[in-house]
Design a protein around this ligand. Sequence first.
Ligand code: FMN
Length: 222
Amino acid sequence: MGTPGTIRDLLRAIPAVASDLPDPDPAAAPGDPVPLFVQWLATAIGGQVPEPHAMTLSTVDSGGRPSSRVLVCRDVDANGSWYFASAAASRKGRELRANPNAALTFYWPQQGRQIRLRGTVTAAGAERSAADFLARSPESRAESLTGRQSEVLADPAEAEIALQEARARIAARPALVAADWTLYALTADEVEFWQADEQRLHTRLRYERTNRGAWTRVRLWP
Ligand SMILES: Cc1cc2nc3c(=O)[nH]c(=O)nc-3n(C[C@H](O)[C@H](O)[C@H](O)COP(=O)(O)O)c2cc1C
């Protein structure tokens, strides 16, 4: 525990935004958020953002209480679906079953950019989930094969043994797929692009999907 004020002082000494930030022109933005997302992603990848595919998934339980965690983005398609994969029995899997409404957030500090999405999550099906699983490294597959994500771990030795067993099972059967590994798609109905500005005139551009499936966009106050 620090002395009172120490943590606050540490936090206040952090510079607010990076410098030499991009200066987007919202009037020139595409009519669909996916190409803009791809542009920003490419800039993040080329711009030294560590793990630019990491995003925060926020879900809510049946009582409306939210929870968030970081996941890797596995794909984005032209329909405006963002994909991630996890164990269906995990906390997020259970919450998504109870309430498919969820949000995703990307943060790319090197460019002063945030992207927020809101939408409905569906499972992409057994075949695509299996393909996602098999595209992972053997280590990642072994971890998922233990099949107990988000359960209480009473004895860490148990996890070590389970991981060793899973590694052996994968070595014996490389095509083995964890039964509850699930590829999920969040189909966005709202996507907001946020660009920091050193003069604090941050740019916010929010796309909304209409009932007919087309996208409209509005600017928001910073
Ligand atoms: C950079 C990073 C990437 C991660 N990627 C994944 C992922 O793709 N799938 C996953 O299930 N967990 C991933 N995790 C772990 C999750 O954050 C989380 O701890 C786990 O999924 C359990 O969440 P839950 O208890 O809310 O279900 C990642 C964590 C970090 C920090």
